[in-house]
Design a protein around this ligand. Structure first.
Ligand code: ZN
Length: 248
């Protein structure tokens, strides 16, 4: 998979980049030459992550640590490969650690997708993500909970955003201007006909009610840019984006 778009927001603690690909996004925080990676695409996108880091003039060897929004294969798969290659630590919400280690799996499977699998968008999505490794059961055996304090380049701040998975986390970055929302709030998805801020399809949510409560929490944030796990950057009040998603 090559071909990505890059968005940037500058803050006192460096620059936050959103790297967008059709199937999924990831985020790179750059402070001086040091990097924090948030999520890492599908297993088949590890090289695209490296390419995106080089595209911003940085080096993958300078990743000082990584954060995971949640342990689904489209966010964890590439990260697991890169961790083996470069040896950085991967931190996440304490509740998500066992999931990332694959002690259990809260991911949509054939039974969840079957009722909607006749839809052309879903068929096209499956054709795209199957070669990227959507069926991979790879985990992160040495996934770690956030250390206290969490001291990573770009000074990301975790925001508990449970529901999509039990331990899903969002992150405030670039001096809290930007919410990296993972799959708690997205702005599009290959299987969605809607453009703009929205909750991801119920088939992909582990706990739909909890996921909506989390989006309700986002209505109290002051962030002005949304870096979602899927869909394009959304510039504008994140609180308004969250309200819009709840209204759909
Ligand atoms: Zn996802």
């Amino acid at each position: 998979m090559s071909g990505f778009t890059i968005e940037r927001v500058d803050g006192d603690a460096g620059t936050a980049y959103l790297v967008g690909t059709g199937p999924v996004n990831w985020v790179v925080l750059q402070e001086g030459s040091d990097l924090t990676l948030i999520d890492g695409g599908y297993p088949g996108q590890a090289d695209a992550v490296v390419e995106s880091i080089r595209a911003i003039g940085a080096r993958p060897e300078d990743i000082r640590g990584a954060l995971l929004t949640h342990a689904h294969v489209d966010h964890l798969g590439g990260l697991a490969k890169l961790q083996k290659r470069y040896g950085f630590d991967v931190f996440m919400d304490p509740v998500e650690v066992a999931h990332a280690r694959r002690e259990y799996l809260q991911q949509a499977d054939v039974r969840d997708i079957a009722p909607i699998a006749y839809r052309p968008r879903v068929l096209r999505w499956l054709a795209t993500v199957t070669p990227l490794g959507v069926l991979s059961r790879t985990g992160l055996p040495d996934a770690q909970p956030f250390p206290e304090p969490l001291d990573l380049p770009g000074r990301p701040k975790p925001v508990a955003a449970h529901g999509h998975t039990d331990g899903h986390s969002a992150y405030l970055v670039a001096d809290e201007q930007v919410l990296v929302s993972g799959d708690a709030l997205v702005s599009g998805h290959p299987i969605s006909a809607i453009a703009g801020p929205q909750c991801i399809a119920d088939a992909f949510q582990h706990d739909v009610d909890e996921a909506r409560r989390t989006v309700g929490d986002f209505t109290r944030l002051d962030a002005t840019v949304l870096y979602p796990g899927h869909g394009p950057v959304h510039r504008g009040s994140v609180a308004d984006a969250a309200r819009r998603a709840l209204d759909i």
